[in-house]
Design a protein around this ligand. Structure first.
Ligand SMILES: [Zn+2]
Length: 491
């Protein structure tokens, strides 16, 4: 970091720290609004998280105001802000620089003088966000506007909400002088959204000894609200693996006034159309099998019936089609998926180009080999003018986290208690998280964004007008505190 940039960063962080040290009175909706405790000054029973949750709402607002759209990320500024918050409670954090302007942050509460990494619990969240299309937002995406009980802003859910909740639980452990039976490590990662040079992969390669742990709680799973009630809690124990495949059609370039049959645009279009209509065969992983077994009784009779029939010899195929058509999420949990995302061809309106390309974004079920899919697609396309090339920097298949561990069982028990008896179901996310890298290092990583959210709110992640209901944020802080207290303290 050069000196000018250092001064700039210091000024931004200082301004945010000043803001953070005052109550967020101006942003607080009237008393009685969802998420705002009625009387935070009154004495609180042990384990009451209402005061720390309210404080954490302020940190979340500040984190939203620090623009960490990736690229370029600029997570270092967020890391410095978090270090300042931790320092106020006497917790020393380490900022781990990865690339210019991009850092992760790690802090530890010790249970004993000698660390036992295999027992330690990591609280993980990423600081970067996806970019915004400002013109599509009804509020400033970096303004942390509060409206109708919601806090709006890029990252409000993904993943600054979790970052602020982790911070709240971590600081509350320190304040309450909890008697820890294992180290608790707070980890804020960078570059999660593009898995590039400042991502957890690089962090682990450079600094593993600082974050080594046996267990982790990260994003990846969700508390699904339906008709005003929690339907189920998906605890992510595995995730799909991402690849990109280039589809390249080649032909002879020429004058567009004399069309030719080997025009690569035509061959590419035909190939992409065939691939777009292709559905890979269903393959049940053990997590997905348990997910549908648990979900079937919660759905209406018709859907439940087809969920139960998916693995039967006589009605299986029809049932798989019904369930896949009912939900893009369910479809993607059952099979490898292929989404054409980028098409490029042509240099001028009157020139037949020599080459046309498309990108396929592929998500494989854990354990499925990419070579088999490429083989199937080559047979399907069946065109000597079209080649498929697997691109570098693919995701890595990691082992899934155990559903038989005490850690999983404890989380499942606590969330079910806290969300009105709704069941916890093991979840295999179709999206990627930092947990794959952790699982490759023998960490039992489980994914749970602890905020109860509707489909509408979940869709806004990576979309426009991302927002979190403040009441859901407070509830999430409380649930996370209960999980961590039960797992990591003597009580
Ligand atoms: Zn995320």
């Amino acid at each position: 970091m050069n000196w000018n940039r250092m001064v700039q960063v210091m000024v931004v962080v200082a301004a945010l720290m000043m803001a953070a040290s005052f109550p967020i009175a101006a942003q607080v909706p009237p008393a009685g609004a969802p998420g705002i405790p009625a009387n935070p000054a009154s004495p609180r029973p042990k384990g009451d998280t209402s005061a720390i949750a309210k404080e954490a709402q302020g940190w979340l607002a500040d984190l939203i105001k620090i623009n960490t759209s990736n690229p370029p990320g600029n997570e270092q500024i967020a890391a410095m802000y978090i270090a300042g918050i931790l320092a106020k409670d006497g917790i020393k954090a380490e900022i781990l620089d990865l690339t210019p302007g991009r850092s992760a942050l790690v802090a530890r509460l010790r249970s004993s003088a000698v660390a036992e990494p295999s027992k330690a619990l990591l609280l993980v969240a990423h600081m970067d966000t996806v970019p915004v299309d400002k013109s599509k937002w009804s509020v400033d995406p970096f303004g942390a506007v509060i409206k109708d009980g919601y806090l709006y802003g890029r990252g409000a859910i993904d993943d600054k909400g979790m970052l602020a909740a982790n911070l709240a639980v971590f600081i509350e452990l320190k304040r309450s002088m909890a008697h820890l039976n294992r180290d608790v490590i707070f980890l804020a990662t960078a570059d999660e959204e593009t898995s590039g040079d400042a991502s957890i992969r690089m962090l682990i390669a450079k600094h593993w000894e600082k974050l080594a742990a046996g267990f982790a709680i990260n994003e990846g799973g969700n508390v699904f609200l339906k008709n005003g009630k929690v339907e189920y809690i998906g605890v992510q124990a595995d995730e799909k693996v991402a690849y990109n495949i280039a589809v390249i059609a080649r032909g002879t370039s020429g004058h567009a006034s004399q069309p030719t049959k080997d025009n690569p645009v035509i061959h590419l279009a035909a190939a992409v159309a065939k691939i777009g209509n292709y559905s890979a065969p269903v393959h049940f992983t053990s997590i997905v099998r348990r997910y549908f077994e648990g979900l079937a009784p919660l759905e209406d009779d018709e859907v439940g019936k087809w969920m139960r029939s998916m693995d039967t010899a006589d009605r299986g195929e029809h049932a798989q089609r019904v369930i896949s058509d009912a939900s893009p999420l369910w479809n993607a949990m059952l099979r490898d998926t292929i989404a054409p995302t980028v098409v490029t061809a042509g240099v001028a309106n009157n020139v037949i180009p020599a080459e046309a390309r498309a990108n396929l974004n592929v998500r494989l079920l854990p354990g499925d080999p990419i070579a088999a899919l490429v083989n199937d697609l080559n047979k399907l396309v069946n065109d000597p003018q079209v080649k498929l090339e697997v691109q570098p920097n693919a995701g890595l298949a990691a082992p899934s986290s155990s559903l038989e561990s005490e850690f999983y069982k404890l989380i499942a028990k606590v969330v079910s208690q806290e969300f009105g008896g709704a069941p916890a179901l093991p979840f295999q996310s179709t999206w990627l998280t930092d947990s794959a890298q952790l699982r490759l290092h023998q960490v039992q990583a489980l994914g749970l964004v602890p905020f109860p959210l509707t489909q509408d709110d979940l869709k806004r992640m990576h979309g426009d007008d991302e927002r979190i209901p403040l009441a859901a944020f407070d509830k999430g802080v409380d649930v996370l505190a209960k999980i961590v207290t039960e797992f990591a303290t003597a009580h």
